[in-house]
Design a protein around this ligand. Structure first.
Ligand code: PFF
Length: 450
């Protein structure tokens, strides 16, 4: 019954560049600017980056193409897309929508911290060089009750308002402003950081691998990070692909999007780590790295307040262009499958997600002793379950689905617009999607669970 696309007039991206910017906007986010530098910092720098690259080449590009193709072929949301091809697989899309839900609820809490820090930077309150004072400031914010929930609400509201505008008018239009702004800012910041005296140590730390740091934990972190950073494994690119017209060059887009994402992650690493080293801080500060260490770095720089404001605007832009894609995955599902109109769906989901975000925020403060998984409260559980379990599992199942159920021949037929486009790497892609992707993901997954 749901085999037929209920929206005969499904909205489409206005232009090819509009789609690429939106998809890159989804990919580039807190994952690049907040998670990547601290993950690299925590996991031995270059060793993590190297593993990240290997997984990116073997799995990242492959799955990006698979998701977009599946979305455009079916013109449906994550669940509908699986169901249209093989009814019994709809639950895999369901796992994706669930992952999107979990991610957005904690993502929005972090987005709220970013808005709060932007306000602080604007008022000059971040002009502090003592990392300990800054650490207390950050701790006070995230462990608070009303303040972080208020800012989480503001972030969710902003996300909701953009998604209300629809695909062309809301998501595409906002990304056309957010993404170029983001590129310019991250380049300026990276140049500023790399020209600081003593920055070389940070650059080396990021680029030269120390193999003694390589453990299976690092590999799983890198795998989860590739999925998280590229917005893969939860049907986000299926959803965005479903708004594509039939004449888009998908192989080309699927190459450009991961390149932009990785470029920004590296630039963010080059903006954060050299500065951290130049001022003698520890790279392994964890999630607080950009909130604690970085303001201290800015405070010691000439024009520090200006750069601090620019940095947090950049992070906010990146976070919003991703959060709208997370919300869109859920909205698209509800609109397609439950036949609820877009406005009601968006507002309703925004509200529910705001409510689910509240325990995430509280779990870092008043509810710190309440654990869902061993040692993990709501926030950490949602992050771990989505990034390290649901996304890789979604990716594994996607490989099996596209490689073996739908079949790579059908996928290539769609990717080449019915054989009219050249797709030189089709053979390699088939091999990666059928064998390398599932085996690689399964191995990392099993080893880390054991
Ligand atoms: N890719 C985003 C980031 O790096 O911050 C996060 C994200 C967005 C993950 C959308 C998954 C997704 F579907």
């Amino acid at each position: 019954m749901a085999n037929i696309n209920p929206n005969q007039e499904r909205e489409q991206w206005g232009s090819k560049i509009g789609f690429i910017l939106a998809a890159a906007g989804s990919a580039v986010g807190l994952g690049n600017l907040w998670k990547f530098p601290y993950m690299a910092g925590k996991n031995g720098g270059g060793a993590f980056v190297l593993v990240y690259f290997i997984i990116l080449f073997l799995v990242g590009f492959t799955l990006m193409l698979a998701e977009i193709v599946l979305g455009r072929y079916t013109q449906l949301n994550a669940i509908g897309a699986y169901r249209k091809i093989r009814k019994r697989w709809a639950w895999v899309g369901g796992l994706g929508v669930l992952a999107g839900f979990l991610i957005l609820s904690f993502y929005s809490v972090v987005g709220g911290w970013v808005i709060n820090y932007l306000v602080k930077a604007l008022s000059g309150a971040l002009n502090i060089t003592d990392a300990e004072v800054l650490g207390n400031m950050f701790g006070e914010l995230i462990s608070g009750t009303t303040v972080p929930i208020f800012y989480h609400g503001v972030f969710m509201l902003a996300t909701l308002l953009i998604v209300l505008g629809g695909i062309g008018g809301g998501i595409e239009k906002s990304n056309k402003i957010l993404m170029p702004g983001l590129f310019i800012m991250v380049i300026i910041l990276a140049i500023r950081a790399m020209t600081l005296p003593g920055a070389v140590k940070g650059i080396k730390y990021l680029l030269i691998p120390d193999f003694s740091k390589l453990t299976i934990g690092v590999v799983l972190d890198a795998l989860g990070q590739v999925f998280f950073s590229l917005s893969l494994g939860m049907g986000c690119m299926i959803t965005y692909g479903s708004y594509l017209s039939k004449d888009t060059n998908i192989p080309q887009s699927a190459t450009i999007i991961p390149l932009i994402d990785t470029g920004v992650a590296l630039l963010a690493g080059l903006a954060v780590l050299p500065a951290v080293f130049a001022f003698g801080f520890e790279p392994s500060a964890g999630p607080g790295l950009i909130f604690i260490t970085f303001p201290a770095v800015f405070a010691q720089m000439p024009l520090g307040t200006f750069f601090a404001v620019m940095f947090f605007v950049l992070v906010l832009f990146a976070a919003l262009s991703s959060s709208i894609s997370l919300l869109e995955v859920c909205v698209s599902y509800v609109v397609d499958e439950w036949k609820i109109n877009r406005k009601t769906a968006t507002i309703g989901l925004g509200l529910i997600l705001f409510l689910i975000g509240i325990p995430c925020s509280l779990s870092l403060g008043p509810w710190a002793d309440f654990h869902i998984l061993p040692d993990k409260g709501f926030f950490d559980t949602f992050d771990f379950v989505s990034s390290n379990i649901l996304l890789p599992l979604g990716g594994l199942l996607l490989c099996i689905f596209v490689g073996w159920i739908w079949g790579t021949d059908n996928a290539i037929e769609e990717a080449t617009n019915g054989g009219t486009l050249e797709f030189k790497l089709a053979g390699i892609w088939s091999f990666l999607v059928k064998y390398v992707g599932p085996v690689a993901i399964a191995i990392v997954f099993m080893r880390s669970l054991i």
